[in-house]
Design a protein around this ligand. Structure first.
Ligand code: GDP
Ligand code: IMO
Ligand code: MG
Length: 426
């Protein structure tokens, strides 16, 4: 068995893209299996920066097969754009990118719904979605009657299906106050028919392909999108994304049973960030948070929104490491913490005068917790050119040891800069 999973253990943007790119050379296949163009994964190679959204971060090795599996929600326009920009930069995107015919397709109505419905979150605070139509598309998938999968676009009924759905969606928009029909079935059909033709060479039954691959002991790498705290079932609901972004989503999204997964790598930043709404117990909306944001360039890869920044939350990360079955950790962006005089790690929460170490299941409780911090000394040295663990300042090693101890997992990788060279293998 040689299937490895890369899972973000926080609220996304843990630098999963960098790790997937690094690990790709040891794998035959790289698979994206959930989420959609809400993801923004950065890969820096030989000084060039690539931002990927739907295409797996394994695409830079032409001999590796990349797969977008059935659990992904696929926006054809954004995928075609991404492919085009990669090809322009000399990256091969041909049969080495395979798309599942089971993947659900994002349509213009999903964007409209995302815009209209995000404000209506139960607690009065908006989720702050990426506005990429992700939640509405997953909602239609679960609702079934108004859903379209990639494979449906090649069937003779596709046109009549678009007409039916457009009519139903226009009625909904009228009910929500729209004065006129927002969606034109003919226009949408023509556009999506063209997308379908352009994507045709990539479309396949990826479930059968991946099952054959794992049974033949091919080396498969699963690339998680978002982070486990955004998991629809196990995250900080309702301030989550609409897929299983923790380790539990690998099997449902790809069709590969969990028994084939041999190693789960949990990716954490050396601190925490979050984009969008929702509770964030260790948030530092103060000069420390500001310092981290500027040093770490913590602005959304796709939406450019400033990311909220805070201290490392070991209660949350221990929970998601357990939930995702994490074997080893990769601690990213350690260099960003250089120069801070002291560092804090949240080791427990106070909730109603009780000390808790289990991550609260209800968002209202999570809002009320007070983090219990442990303070560790910082280091002043620049560490971005360090390549050996032993060469890190003693306080940086001490910090890593403490994270490892609190999460109960060894640290296998430490990242000290965006470039693939700026990596310490422990
Ligand atoms: P992903 O969504 O998990 O793939 O992460 P993003 O790409 O959205 O965000 C991670 C950001 O951190 C990107 O801009 C990376 O280039 C950058 N990055 C990755 N590793 C490091 C690191 O060790 N240090 C610094 N300073 N930046 C890093
Ligand atoms: P990567 O893969 C960080 C957040 C959004 C919002 C919530 C729901 O780059 O780590 P959605 O558009 O999914 O319905 O938005 O989830 N979110 C992310 N935050 N990184 C991501 O992806 C994210 N994808 C979604 O900001 O709070
Ligand atoms: Mg990202």
């Amino acid at each position: 068995m040689a299937a490895t999973c890369v899972i973000g253990l926080q609220w996304g943007d843990e630098a999963k893209g960098k790790i997937v790119d690094l690990l790709t050379e040891q794998h035959d296949i790289v698979v994206r299996y959930q989420g959609g163009a809400n993801a923004g994964h950065t890969v820096v190679r030989e000084g060039q920066t690539f931002k990927l959204s739907l295409v797996p971060s394994g695409i830079f090795r032409p001999d590796v097969q990349c797969v977008i599996a059935g659990g992904v929600v696929l926006n054809p326009a954004s995928l075609l754009c991404e492919i085009e920009s990669l090809v322009k930069r000399g990256i091969k995107v041909e049969k080495n990118l395979m798309l599942s015919d089971r993947a659900h397709v994002i349509f213009p109505w999903h964007f409209e719904e995302d815009r209209l419905l995000d404000k209506q979150c139960t607690s009065g605070e908006a989720i702050g979605t990426t506005m990429r139509g992700i939640g509405p598309c997953y909602r239609d998938k679960v609702g079934r009657s108004l859903a379209v999968r990639l494979g449906d676009m090649y069937r003779p009924e596709f046109r009549s299906r678009i007409e039916l759905i457009t009519q139903a969606k226009n009625e909904t928009f009228h009910a929500l106050g729209a004065a006129e029909d927002r969606l034109d079935a003919q226009k949408i059909f023509d556009q999506y028919h063209e997308y379908a033709e352009r994507l045709r060479p990539h479309v396949a039954d990826t479930t059968a392909y991946l099952l054959d691959a794992v049974e033949a002991d091919k080396r498969v790498l699963f690339e998680g999108a978002q982070g486990a705290l955004l998991d629809i079932d196990h995250g900080t609901f309702p301030f989550v994304t609409s897929s299983n972004s923790s380790g539990v989503g690998v099997s449902s999204g790809s069709g590969v049973p969990a028994r084939h997964l041999s190693k789960v790598i949990g990716i954490v930043k050396a601190y925490c960030t979050r984009v969008g709404g929702g509770p964030f117990p260790t948030e530092q909306d103060n000069p420390t948070g500001h310092h981290i944001r500027e040093r770490g360039h913590e602005y959304g890869t796709i939406t450019k929104r400033p990311r909220r920044c805070g201290w490392f939350d070991a209660v949350a990360a221990r929970y998601t490491a357990r939930l995702s079955g994490v074997d080893v950790l990769a601690v990213m962006l350690l260099d960003v913490l250089s120069e801070l005089p002291e560092l804090k790690i949240c080791t427990a929460y106070e909730l109603d005068s009780r000390r808790v170490t289990d991550f609260p299941s209800h968002v209202d409780d999570l809002r009320r917790v007070q983090p219990v911090y442990e303070t560790l000394p910082g280091w002043q040295e620049e560490i971005s050119s360090v390549r050996q663990l032993a060469a890190l300042p003693q306080n940086a090693r001490r910090y890593l040891d403490r994270l490892s101890q609190l999460l109960g997992r060894p640290v296998e990788v430490v990242s000290v800069g965006p470039d693939r060279e700026q990596t310490i293998l422990v």
